[in-house]
Design a protein around this ligand. Structure first.
Ligand SMILES: Cc1cc2nc3c(=O)[nH]c(=O)nc-3n(C[C@H](O)[C@H](O)[C@H](O)COP(=O)(O)OP(=O)(O)OC[C@H]3O[C@@H](n4cnc5c(N)ncnc54)[C@H](O)[C@@H]3O)c2cc1C
Length: 412
């Protein structure tokens, strides 16, 4: 058992830490207000090999492990407490990674070099108006063969990065059913050429939602009316889309854990510094056990979350990189769901305590903690799967799939 980072991992952490403190920390308050991460910052991330770095080197990525990708997420979120830039980073690092594993060579050569350069956003679109949790019953988006390729009709909602993709270019890893009455085996995964740099693809129209946090990243939706999809944009075999989506969610979830851990660490440091210097009743707030014991609770949560997040990353690396047969996709799903559940919930506790320690100042926009609260809250609400769904995933592995509520319904 190793609880130490390797020398290479330490050097990487230092590099990302320095980068994030130099370029991200001074910038996030502006993009939190202006609702757009500057292109120059994204290009700078790409120059430092931090944009979709999990992708193979031949496509401009750095082929880094999930463990290393988590280190970057943690350091970026320490610097950007609103977590907008880390959100963009993690969506690309997870979904482009799964695309790299299962996409066609032709599509990967066309798309991934533009993604790793920061020119095309690589997003994910599964959620529909009928809901995101019960994915099997998401039936609005339908894909049909047409000529040599496919045609898609439907609607996706609550999708990250819609405004940026419309403005600058982007593609979406999209899920659609070939038969609305089919089960999970009726799903195809494919690349939606949303905006290849020359404006929205014909047949796509967009909407935007104003949400409460991570303001540097937009949330929107889009309609697809007779959108043509080239044959080579299909990801993996037809009918395997649901399984590939689950693999993508797992990759995103471990990085979400690392992101929320980083944001909580940043908030914790700010809180500790503050209560050591702020005096009430003639002594520093930190000298009151009502405060310091809360700090101890926060510290213990951080330790537990760090172990859980990096264990989940380890399980992924054992499966994908080491090809270790002891770690299956189901193990990955269980550990990454746990990281996705626990780190954001603990982060909210930690951020809330640090805010409260700041008194009225903690409730103002002058204090960075309110942005951390808003940002992290997205991951306890629903982004990349609601909290309850993480427990459904873990329960399935503990109690067996036969005890899933929807399987029980079928048995009646
Ligand atoms: C900020 C943000 C960004 C997002 N970005 C994207 C994106 O880029 N791409 C994308 O495809 N989607 C995205 N989503 C959507 C997200 O995936 C969905 O919100 C999520 O899957 C939940 O779906 P829903 O919102 O339709 O809620 P519902 O599925 O209607 O669920 C409502 C509530 O019920 C709970 N629930 C559902 N089933 C059960 C159950 N069996 N037992 C107990 N509780 C249950 C859920 O956890 C949730 O709290 C984003 C969401 C947010 C908030």
């Amino acid at each position: 058992m190793h609880f130490e980072e390797t020398d290479e991992e330490k050097m990487f952490r230092e590099m990302v830490h320095d980068f994030a403190q130099k370029y991200v920390a001074p910038a996030w308050r502006d993009y939190d207000k202006n609702h757009e991460i500057p292109r120059a910052l994204i290009k700078k991330m790409a120059e430092h090999n931090l944009w979709a770095p999990t992708v193979a080197e031949e496509y401009g990525g750095a082929n880094i492990s999930m463990t290393v990708a988590c280190i970057a997420a943690e350091e970026l979120a320490r610097a950007d407490l609103s977590i907008a830039l880390p959100v963009m980073y993690l969506v690309e690092a997870s979904w482009a990674f799964i695309f790299d594993l299962h996409g066609t060579d032709e599509a990967k050569s066309e798309i991934l070099p533009r993604v790793t350069k920061g020119d095309l956003f690589f997003g994910i679109a599964t959620t529909e108006p009928t809901g995101g949790s019960d994915l099997v019953n998401v039936t609005k988006t339908i894909i049909k063969p047409k000529g040599d390729g496919f045609v898609v009709n439907g609607e996706k909602v609550y999708i990250s990065g819609v405004a940026e993709s419309e403005k600058y270019g982007g593609v979406y890893w999209t899920l659609a059913k070939s038969d609305p009455k089919g089960d999970h085996k009726a799903f195809d995964a494919f690349i939606l050429p949303f905006n290849m740099g020359d404006g929205l693809h014909p047949g796509i129209t967009t909407t935007l939602f104003e949400d409460m946090g991570r303001m540097g990243v937009s949330t929107g939706g889009f309609n697809m009316e007779n959108v043509d999809i080239p044959k080579h944009y299909m990801i993996g075999e037809r009918g395997r889309g649901f399984y590939l989506a689950m693999a993508g969610f797992s990759a995103a979830r471990v990085l979400i854990g690392a992101t929320c851990l980083g944001s909580a660490e940043g908030a914790f440091d700010i809180g500790v510094d503050y209560v050591k210097q702020r005096k009430q009743f003639g002594r520093p707030l930190a000298a009151f056990e009502g405060i310091s014991f809360e700090g101890v609770d926060s510290w213990m949560q951080l330790q537990a979350d760090k172990l859980l997040v990096y264990k989940a990353a380890y399980v992924m690396d054992q499966h994908y990189r080491e090809k270790n047969p002891n770690y299956s996709q189901l193990d990955i799903a269980k550990f990454t769901a746990a990281a996705k559940f626990k780190a954001p919930h603990d982060a909210l506790d930690i951020i809330t305590r640090a805010m409260t320690w700041h008194g009225a100042f903690g409730y103002t926009k002058e204090c960075p903690l309110e942005a951390a609260y808003r940002g992290v809250r997205s991951y306890t609400v629903g982004a990349e799967g609601g909290s309850h769904i993480q427990k459904v995933v873990i329960a399935r592995e503990i109690f067996g799939p036969e005890n899933l509520p929807y399987r029980q319904e079928k048995q009646k």
